[in-house]
Design a binder for this molecule. Structure first.
Ligand SMILES: [Fe+2]
Length: 356
């Protein structure tokens, strides 16, 4: 194992106080908030760090206009792992170091990243057993009664990439990330080798009609214990007036087929992107066989009230195992004439954004 997951994300924002209020309502445990910074630390030890635009601690140059995650800091398992990765990285991109050993670099797609040793904390997390008509593991027990949604982990970050195949291959080559799944034409899911969550990062194709034409933050997902905790969070966020952007099941929660995860999105202030409550995702290791999916089939498991492109009797049940990565070739930018996207992908609209 070398990378354990997201140690921290660093937001650059216009309205620091508003963002601090948002993340407090979202349930992130506050470590420190003042007029210069807002820092939240989860049970895993991962942090969400928020600075105002112009703060010298933000990457220069700014990777994209507006609010969002400006740097993703990956946590290395130890000093040896960190030095190995930094040495490898330095062969392809410029790397700078801080006095505490933290390394900074910019990926070829424009994403600023950091690397530092991370003492990741074990997370105490449990869900109520699930009863079925023929199986009653919750026998003579009531469900867990929760008072407040408290995110435990940062499960993944998502960025728009102008060349999502190349973005993944850089991460694989430099950081040892594993290929998990490919939603054809929409993006690749990849896992840090030191975590079991289905994906630690997802790159969304900038050629989609919903996407900007440049690298940009899209969303960040937080691990929750179960569907009850997701709904507690959703209820509180809606009561406090934060905008739900989960457009695809009556405005409520949904579940992806790829990753199996239940999800609920809120819009981060400043149109920064979305914060996602995330529960019951797939957990896996290197025995996993990557899959390539028709994007309409892979996107939604609960699709009755989804945007039209994701429902109906003509959704093809198309999934192939893709250990040999044959699915990558049509989407490589480096091979002219093979991009982009089919006519179906061109039909995706803004309302479909959170279904993929
Ligand atoms: Fe997500």
């Amino acid at each position: 194992m070398s990378i354990l997951g997201v140690e921290s994300v660093v937001f650059g924002v216009a309205d620091l106080a508003e963002h601090a209020r948002f993340w407090s309502d979202f349930g992130l445990p506050v470590e420190h908030v003042d007029e210069q910074e807002a820092i939240f630390r989860l049970a895993s030890g991962s942090r969400v760090i928020v600075y105002a635009h112009g703060d010298p601690r933000l990457p220069v140059p700014d990777p994209f206009p507006g609010d969002g995650i400006k740097e993703t800091v990956w946590g290395a398992a130890g000093a040896g792992e960190l030095e190995t990765i930094v040495a490898r990285l330095a062969r392809e991109v410029a790397v700078t170091r801080e006095a505490d050993g933290t390394a900074h670099a910019v990926c070829p797609d424009g994403q600023p990243i950091g690397l530092r040793v991370w003492a990741k904390r074990p997370v105490v997390s449990t869900a109520s057993p699930v009863n079925t008509p023929g199986s009653h593991p919750r026998f003579n027990q009531h469900r867990i009664w929760r008072q407040r949604a408290i995110p435990k982990t940062i499960n993944h970050v998502v960025f728009f990439s102008p060349d999502y195949v190349a973005s993944f291959e850089f991460y694989e080559r430099m950081l040892g990330f594993r290929y998990t799944d490919h939603s054809l034409g929409t993006g690749i899911f990849a896992r840090a080798d030191g975590t079991f969550e289905h994906h630690s990062i997802f790159w969304v194709n900038c050629d989609l009609p919903i996407a900007p034409d440049h690298f940009k933050f899209m969303h960040i997902a937080f691990g929750m214990d179960d569907i009850d905790e997701v709904m507690l969070g959703a209820n509180l966020m809606e009561a406090r007036g934060w905008k739900n952007t989960t457009m695809n099941t009556s405005g409520g929660i949904s579940r992806h087929r790829i990753s199996s995860a239940i999800y609920y999105y809120c819009e981060i202030p400043g149109e920064a992107g979305e914060a996602e409550y995330h529960a019951d995702t797939d957990y896996l290791d290197d025995n996993w066989v990557p899959r390539a999916w028709n994007f309409k089939f892979g996107s939604l498991l609960w699709s009755n009230n989804a945007p039209p492109i994701f429902r109906g009797p003509d959704i093809p049940w198309e999934m192939t195992f893709d250990a040999d990565r044959q699915s990558f070739a049509p989407f490589r930018k480096a091979e002219p004439g093979k991009q982009p996207a089919t006519g179906e992908l061109a039909d995706i609209t803004a309302a479909d954004e959170h279904a993929i």
